[in-house]
Design a binder for this molecule. Structure first.
Ligand code: PLP
Length: 417
C-alpha cells in the first residue's frame, strides 16, 4: 500500500475526513484521462538526469554520458563554474530566500542591481523581475489593458501569452501566424484606445522568427504598441545577443520586452518585463504575479547578475552558438534533411509521421545522442519532428557526432538516401 493510501485510510479511520469517495472518483476520472493520453501516444514521460545540465549528461539507469541536444541552454552557462561560484557567494551572504513578496520586505540591493543590468543590456529604462517569464506574461496584459483597449496576438504565441491575454478585459484578436496582411486588416478596423500587438520573437516549435521590422512599421502606421516575448532570443540571437529586434534591425523600437532567465541566461529561473519606466512602475503596483508571489532567491539573482556581466563584456558566446548553428544546419541540409526555421539554434528536423519521430529519437539515444521527438498536439498533425537545440558549449566534434548519427539513422529509416 502506498504511503498516500495509508494516510487516506488513517484519516478515514479517525473519522475526521470524509473525502475518500471523492478521492476515489478523482482517481478514476484522471486515471481514465491518463489512459487516453497514453493511448494517443502523447504522454510526456520525463527522463531523469543525474548530472548537471550540460552538453554531456548522465540519465538514470545508465552510467554512460550522452550528448544533449534538447536543452534551452543556448549559451552553455547552466553549469558554468564562475556562475555557480558567484551563486554560492550570494547564497552565503544573502541567505536562502526572502520569505516575502517584493513590496512587503522582499527587495534586496541585488534585485535592484539585476533589474538595472537587464535594462542596460536591452537599452531600456527599467525592468521588473518575476519568478518566471510565465508570470511576466500572465501579469502584464491584465494590468495594463482595459475593455477600451485591443490586443492583437499571433495565433502561435506561447501558452503563457495566450493565458495572460485571457486574463485581461481588452478586446482580444488573433492574427494568422506571422501574417502581416491579416494583422494590418485587424489594426485598420480596430477602434481600441490602446492597441497592443503581441508576438513571440522566435517561435520555439519551428525556430522561425517574427517579422518584427514590419510589425514595428505597422505599429507606427496604426499607432499601436509592440510587445515581444524574447525567451528564445535574449542573450544569443542577433549579432550581440540583444534578440529579435537586433536580428531584424529594429533595436530599441519594441515597446515592451518580456524574457526569461531560465534558458540562455544561466538556466536557473526567473523572468522579467523591460521597457518604459512608467510601465515598470505601474506593473509593480498592479501586476498580480509580482504582487502576490515570492521574491526571486539570492542564489538565482546571482546567476542573472553574473550572466549579465558576461554578456555586457563580450558577445563571444553568442557568436559561438551562431557558428555552431550554421555548422549543423548546413551539414544536415546537405545530407538531405529538411530543417525548419531560419538561422536559429532551434533546428527542427522535419519527419512528418509521429511514430517515425519517436522511433528516430530512440535510435539516436542508442547512439548516445539525446534528442526529443515532437508530435501532435504539440505541433500540427503530420508535422512531427525532432527538435535539435544547439548550444555555444557544443564542440564541433560533438556537433559532427550528432550529424553522423542523424545520417546513419536517417538512412536506416529511409528518411534520406
Ligand atoms: N515564453 C516562451 C516563448 C517560452 O518558450 C517559455 C518557456 O518555455 C516561457 C515564455 C516561460 O518562461 P519561464 O520558463 O521563465 O516561465
Amino acid at each position: 500500500m502506498s504511503a498516500f493510501s495509508k494516510i487516506l485510510l488513517l484519516r478515514g479511520a479517525g473519522g475526521r475526513h470524509y473525502s475518500a469517495a471523492a478521492q476515489t472518483q478523482l482517481r478514476e476520472i484522471l486515471g481514465t484521462q491518463l489512459a487516453g493520453i497514453k493511448d494517443a501516444g502523447t504522454f510526456k514521460a520525463e527522463r531523469i538526469i543525474t548530472s548537471s545540465q550540460s552538453t554531456q549528461i548522465t540519465v538514470q539507469g545508465s552510467e554512460k554520458r550522452i550528448l544533449n541536444f534538447c536543452a534551452n541552454n543556448y549559451l552553455g552557462l547552466a553549469n558554468n563554474p564562475e556562475i555557480v561560484e558567484y551563486s554560492r557567494t550570494l547564497l552565503e551572504k544573502y541567505g536562502a530566500g526572502l520569505s516575502s513578496v517584493r513590496f512587503i520586505c522582499g527587495t534586496q540591493d541585488i534585485h535592484k542591481q539585476l533589474e538595472q543590468k537587464i535594462a542596460q543590456f536591452h537599452g531600456r529604462e527599467d525592468t521588473i523581475l518575476y519568478a518566471s517569464c510565465f508570470d511576466a506574461n500572465a501579469g502584464i496584459f491584465e494590468a495594463i489593458l482595459t475593455p477600451e483597449d485591443a490586443v492583437f496576438s499571433d495565433e502561435l504565441n506561447h501558452a503563457s501569452i495566450i493565458d495572460g491575454i485571457r486574463l485581461c478585459k481588452a478586446k482580444k484578436q488573433r492574427y494568422k501566424h506571422r501574417d502581416l496582411a491579416d494583422l494590418e486588416r485587424q489594426l485598420r478596423e480596430s477602434d481600441g484606445r490602446l492597441k497592443l500587438i503581441a508576438t513571440d520573437g522566435v517561435f520555439s516549435m519551428d525556430g522561425n522568427i517574427a517579422p518584427l521590422a514590419r510589425i514595428v512599421e505597422l505599429a507606427k502606421k496604426y499607432d499601436a504598441l509592440v510587445f515581444v516575448d524574447e525567451c528564445h532570443a535574449t542573450g544569443f540571437f542577433g549579432a550581440t545577443g540583444r534578440g529579435t529586434e537586433e536580428y531584424d534591425n529594429v533595436m530599441g523600437e519594441v515597446d515592451i520586452i518580456n524574457s526569461t532567465l531560465g534558458k540562455a541566461l544561466g538556466g536557473a529561473s526567473g523572468g522579467y518585463t523591460t521597457g518604459p519606466s512608467e510601465l515598470i512602475s505601474f506593473l509593480r503596483q498592479k501586476s498580480r504575479p509580482y504582487l502576490f508571489s515570492n521574491t526571486l532567491p539570492p542564489a538565482v539573482v546571482a546567476v542573472g547578475l553574473k550572466v549579465m556581466d558576461m554578456l555586457l563584456a563580450s558577445s563571444e558566446l553568442t557568436q559561438r552558438v551562431q557558428s555552431n548553428t550554421q555548422r549543423f544546419r548546413t551539414a544536415m541540409t546537405k545530407a538531405g534533411f529538411t530543417i525548419a526555421g531560419e538561422n536559429h539554434p532551434i533546428c527542427p528536423v522535419m519527419l512528418g509521421d509521429a511514430r517515425l519521430a519517436s522511433k528516430f529519437a530512440d535510435e539516436m539515444l542508442t547512439r548516445g545522442i539525446y534528442v526529443i521527438g515532437f508530435s501532435y498536439p504539440v505541433v500540427p498533425q503530420g508535422k512531427a519532428r525532432i527538435r535539435v537545440q544547439i548550444s555555444a558549449a557544443h564542440t564541433e566534434a560533438e556537433i559532427d557526432q550528432a550529424i553522423g548519427a542523424f545520417i546513419e539513422v536517417g538512412r536506416s529509416l529511409k528518411v534520406i538516401q
